[in-house]
Each structure stands twice: as structure tokens, then as C-alpha cells.
Design a protein around this ligand. Structure first.
Ligand code: GDP
Ligand code: MG
Length: 255
């Protein structure tokens, strides 16, 4: 039997963005239609239960540490290069619905690029990581995004630009590099975050935001795909109980 989701992975409210200027959206709560679906669904499951998330960026910018800090609450000072790809599955409950992030940690080295790129396909979110203490790693972010996008449909992928090692960056450098990162985020339509895997700063908030936005996007895309059908038709009723159709609106209130 699958163990229950850890109490600290339960999401009941849409987590806040890092900076409103570079947020994928700045609404206060989940989309009303998503809330309605989850409310009536109760113990039943939607026809998806996870989102594939790929994490890309230069060698040693902190991709593995970012994931380890969140999934294992651990930080390793020593550097161990990721070979090819690795992945972690992190379980959440969003609005009462079990949902997981499949986090693909890729190698930044050129010689592993072709192996890693075969895993890019079918991502719901792309996290482009750079080091807040290294200007060159930010300069390479656009190339990483382009490579990851070759394998994906731009209209259905959520982008995040994440600066790591905030603890290492001097206030001056941080201000300069952030200005550039925010400009790039606006241009590529990514949500910007600055975090530290060493101190844990903003790590949990960031992954909760990724889980919430991918969950919301998945529900909305499923509703859209099945636009002509009732919302309840796309919910697999595993409990056999009748659901309250009146709580569901047919069309989203906003885009
Ligand atoms: P990857 O190649 O992108 O996966 O990089 P790693 O996650 O393996 O990290 C590379 C190096 O940077 C390691 O020595 C880590 O200890 C260090 N590192 C990663 N994140 C941070 C951070 O937030 N702060 C500091 N000070 N060092 C970090
Ligand atoms: Mg790594």
C-alpha cells in the first residue's frame, strides 16, 4: 500500500510567487474551475497523477543540491557530478488530490548532453538553473532553455528560471545578476526564483509553487481537451459515489 503523503507536502492554498514582475501568474488562489473539480472529486482520482519536471543548467550550478535539499532536506558540500540523468519522485497532495513531481536531474557536462536530452521530452515544467555568483552561468541559461524546448511543446510547458547559491553572492553582485535574470525571465516568460540549497532559503516555497502550477495547468488542460464533455466525465470515479455536478462550471472564468 502507498503510504500517506507527508503532512508537510499538503497544499491547500496557491503558494505565492517570488516576484510579481516575473510570475507565471499573480492570482491569489487556484483557478475556480480547478478548485471546483477538486472539491467534488474528494476521494476519486484525476486521470493524471504526476508532472514531469526537468532541471537543466551548467555544470556545478547546484541542480542536484537544489533537488536534494527539497527531497532529502540534505546539503552536500562536496561536488559529485551527475552522470547522465537521475530522478526523484516527490509526493504532494494538492487540494486533496494526490499529485507527484517527477524531478529529472540532468548532467550539465557537454559529453552527457545527448544522453540527458533524450529525457527532456514530455516535460510539463522546465527549471533552468544558474548560479547567482556566476554571471557566465546566467549567460548560458538561454541555450539550456532552447535545447530543452526542442523536445517539448512551448504552449504546454511552464518555465522557471532559478538562481541558486544566494548565500554566496555579494549584495552588489546579487543586485546586478538579478536585474539581468529578471530581464531574461520576462523575455522567455519564465517565473524567476532566487534560492540557496545551503541555507534552504526559498527552496520549499519554490517547489510548492512548481507543484501547484503544474497541477493547476494539468487540470485545466484536461478540462480543455474534454471541453465538450462534462467535467465529471473525465474524472475516474473509483469510489462509485455520485458527485455534485452543480458545483462545476463548464467554462473557465478567466484564461
Ligand atoms: P550540479 O552539477 O548543477 O548538479 O551542481 P551540484 O548540485 O552538484 O553543486 C555543485 C557544487 O555547488 C557543490 O560543491 C555544492 O556543494 C555547491 N552548492 C550547491 N548549491 C549551493 C548553495 O546553495 N550554496 C552554496 N554555498 N553552495 C552550493
Ligand atoms: Mg548534478
Amino acid at each position: 500500500m502507498v503510504p500517506p503523503v507527508k503532512k508537510d507536502r499538503i497544499i491547500t492554498q496557491l503558494p505565492k510567487c517570488f516576484s510579481p514582475n516575473t510570475a507565471l501568474h499573480t492570482k491569489d488562489g487556484f483557478h475556480p474551475q480547478v478548485k471546483a473539480v477538486c472539491e467534488v472529486q474528494k476521494t476519486d482520482t484525476l486521470s493524471f497523477n504526476f508532472a514531469k519536471v526537468i532541471v537543466v543548467g551548467d555544470v556545478a550550478v547546484g541542480k542536484t543540491c537544489l533537488i536534494s535539499r527539497f527531497c532529502k532536506d540534505a546539503f552536500d558540500k562536496s561536488y559529485k557530478a551527475t552522470i547522465g540523468v537521475d530522478f526523484e519522485m516527490e509526493r504532494f497532495e494538492v487540494l486533496g488530490v494526490p499529485f507527484s513531481l517527477q524531478l529529472w536531474d540532468t548532467a550539465g557536462q557537454e559529453r552527457f548532453k545527448c544522453i540527458a536530452s533524450t529525457y527532456y521530452r514530455g516535460a510539463q515544467a522546465i527549471i533552468v538553473v544558474f548560479d547567482l555568483s556566476s554571471v557566465s552561468s546566467l549567460a548560458h541559461a538561454r541555450q539550456w532553455l532552447e535545447d530543452a524546448m526542442k523536445e517539448n511543446d512551448p504552449s504546454s510547458v511552464l518555465l522557471f528560471l532559478v538562481g541558486t547559491k544566494k548565500d554566496l553572492s555579494s549584495p552588489d553582485l546579487l543586485a546586478r545578476i538579478e536585474q539581468e535574470a529578471i530581464r531574461l525571465s520576462e523575455e522567455i516568460k519564465a517565473e524567476y526564483w532566487a534560492v540557496s540549497a545551503k541555507s534552504g532559503d526559498s527552496i520549499r516555497d519554490f517547489f510548492f509553487r512548481v507543484a501547484s502550477l503544474t497541477f493547476e495547468a494539468n487540470v485545466l488542460s484536461e478540462l480543455e481537451k474534454n471541453g465538450s464533455r462534462h467535467v465529471t466525465d473525465i474524472i475516474k470515479i473509483t469510489g462509485g459515489t455520485e458527485v455534485d455536478r452543480s458545483a462545476i462550471k463548464k467554462k473557465p472564468d478567466c484564461c
